[in-house]
Write a protein that binds this ligand. Sequence first.
Ligand code: G4P
Length: 528
Amino acid sequence: MKFLEEINRRRTFGIISHPDAGKTTLTEKLLLFGGAIQEAGAVKSNKIKKGATSDFMEIERQRGISVATSVLAFEYKDIKINILDTPGHKDFAEDTFRTLTAVDSVIVVIDVAKGVEEQTEKLVSVCRMRNIPMIVFINKLDREGKDAFELLDEIEQKLGLTVTPLSFPIGMGYDFKGIYNIWEKNINLFSGDSRKNIEETIEVSDLQSADLDELVGENSANQLREELELVEGIYPTFEKEAYQNGSLQPVFFGSALNNFGVRELLDCFVSIAPPPKPKESDVRLVKPEEENFTGFVFKIHANMDPKHRDRLAFVKIVSGTFERNVPYLHTRHNKKLKFSSPNAFFAEKKEIVDISYPGDIVGLHDTGNFKIGDTLTKGEVLHYKGIPSFSPEHFRYINNADPMKSKQLAKGIDQLMDEGVAQLFTLEINGRKVIGTVGALQYEVIQYRLEHEYGAKCTYENLNVHKACWVDPEDPDNEEFKEFKRVKSKFLAKDKQGQLVFFADSSFSLQMTQQKYPSIQFHFTSEF
Ligand code: G4P
């Protein structure tokens, strides 16, 4: 019985946003409510500072912070909340995509003045594909921004969401008076005092009552009445089920910096966000309440101390309980492994834990056994699906710059790729290695880490590739596929899993190739 209660009180989610929308600030305020931290400023931003691409200290600083903020856990109203860090910087987008395979819901933060930005669009589209429940938080209401209705329209159009506001702003910027909470039917007046931890709310059960005029002034009260009427007329009524299956997204307004509207968001979140969900594996659907443990690795973090090359593998528990010192099956290696010091994560620290439940994340010390996507079970042979690789945006040959250290280089590249820093391709024609990344910054990271952690040196050479496409022939033995392989041999490579990849040098050449070989499909992700 306790087991089921433990599952049902867990909420594991990620906050996604374009950099600067206020993800770090909101995270911090949520932790304050949970009593997990005592003061503002405790959560460090993992943002890459502008112009820092070649500043190695900055890279190390960022890595340090991203270990500390990988998972932040706290309790609120007897709910155990796990926030998984999702870097907003586009060069780390793939890290975020993978983390999204381990969340049960997300909160999307949008800047009221900037509206929907590029990274928000990308990340939300991934969540939409997976039907992840989303709550939208429109932030920085203390500043002048877009009209609320205009913004809701923009969110629907650019993000393809169906929204319904559960709170509504009264004024904005200089004239910001507060928020009407549609969900709880009360008003929260804005004082601009960010130190207030728990805000006072004023019950307003009848919008027509003169109390409202007294609270916010006649003009604002009348405007609010009109706006709420519009809201009711335009937007669908909130239904928990529609939210949980990803077809309806509630919206909240507030100011994270002023700790305003955050309590409303959190209260609604704990009452509507889903507990851990069942997950599809290659053989069957696995339910959280099953007795036997299963879980998967969604992130690997290298140790910050270059002298110790052990890493921390982050495992999301899907079913059963994970216990210390119990042997579990690493299904890719068909090997049993025991963990004497699994880490659980709390606000800013990690601690060794004896038992963890579905929805939780455990950090396992690893000396090179794991790669992203690996599955652990109590004994059953199954593999979790759904940690795809996306076509990188940048491609470079990697060359060995120190012939005495070729072994170290190979090992370093191998381990960094397992961590998911970048993708490695091997050209079919000559065996040359190509590194593909989402952002240019990763090349600096790889070069730096190869040197400092593995004692190897590398150089890069540019390679003109527009997209890497995973090749999926209808029939690998037909003449068309044989001809494709012969004609395009210079453009073919294998990824680290041995899957065949076609390097298209332009969108035009990709189109021509698709037309010429209609029985072959070209995919932009490794999962099809
Ligand atoms: P991110 O993690 O999404 O990248 O954003 P972060 O929380 O770091 O916030 C980005 C900037 O926006 C910060 O200012 C932060 O103080 C500010 N901010 C966050 N929420 C609000 C809000 O509700 N109102 C206003 N006016 N500003 C907000 P910064 O100047 O870049 O950093 P800092 O020097 O203040 O730390």
